[in-house]
Design a protein around this ligand. Structure first.
Ligand code: CA
Length: 228
């Protein structure tokens, strides 16, 4: 998933972003409310982690503004402990859930999974079957004919995105928007490099399970097991 992290405390932001990236998410991080609104209007994020107390504009203002603009992106608000009024105000402003500081990173990941499930259920089932290839979206494990594949977090994220859209052609722009973060260079061939790596790890026969659609992008078609 492509996430926007809005947190002005640098050390906390670094730690959260690192953890999310290790979980295979693409993360853009900004540190004030105005930057958050600009980012949210420019990119179709899958989820926003939004600190309540921010410089320039508060998390509440950010949430109200993006909702007023018709943006339904799931928002997880970070609030101070015991500030019941803040939590109520956050939910009233359009946040979907909140987490009180300080929190354990594992709880943040669990909340993000829960929000994603609630909001994108058809897009994010717990298991994805592409024929002989199966993905567990909770543990980020991919298996081919029951055998666990050794994939990096980014390789898994790319594979999951393609498999979620199996049968449809997915453009490089779309992949970049949902699997890579703002450091993605549109002139680079990094997506093609990752597709090649996945093919080397997954393909068994002559036909690749990730087909190249020239000028359009990539397409996964139900992956068939190797014939006996
Ligand atoms: Ca703050």
């Amino acid at each position: 998933m492509r996430l926007l992290l809005v947190e002005d405390e640098q050390s906390a932001a670094r730690m959260i972003a690192k953890g999310l990236r290790e979980h295979g998410h693409a993360v853009d991080a900004v540190a004030d409310g105005d930057a958050a609104i600009r980012q949210a209007s420019a990119i179709a994020y899958d989820l926003i982690v939004l600190d309540l107390l921010l410089p320039v504009k508060s998390g509440l203002d950010v949430c109200r503004e993006i909702r007023a603009a018709g943006n339904a992106v799931p928002v997880l608000m970070l609030t101070a402990r015991d500030a019941v009024n803040d939590r109520i105000a956050g939910l009233d402003a359009g946040a979907d859930d909140y987490l009180t500081k300080p929190f354990h990173l594992d709880e943040l990941f669990a909340r993000i999974r829960a929000l994603a499930r609630r909001r994108m259920l058809p897009l994010l089932p717990e298991h994805i079957d592409c024929g002989a290839l199966t993905l567990d979206t909770r543990t980020h494990e991919a298996r081919l004919d029951g055998q666990l594949l050794e994939l990096t977090a980014r390789e898994y994220a790319l594979l999951e995105y393609l498999c979620r859209k199996q049968g449809t052609v997915v453009s490089r722009d779309e992949i970049a928007e949902h699997v890579w973060d703002g450091r993605y260079d549109p002139c680079s061939n990094v997506i093609d490099v990752y597709v090649q790596r996945l093919r080397r790890k997954i393909d068994r026969g002559a036909t690749s399970f990730i087909r190249t659609r020239r000028g359009a992008g990539y397409q996964v078609i139900g992956f068939q097991a190797e014939p006996e």
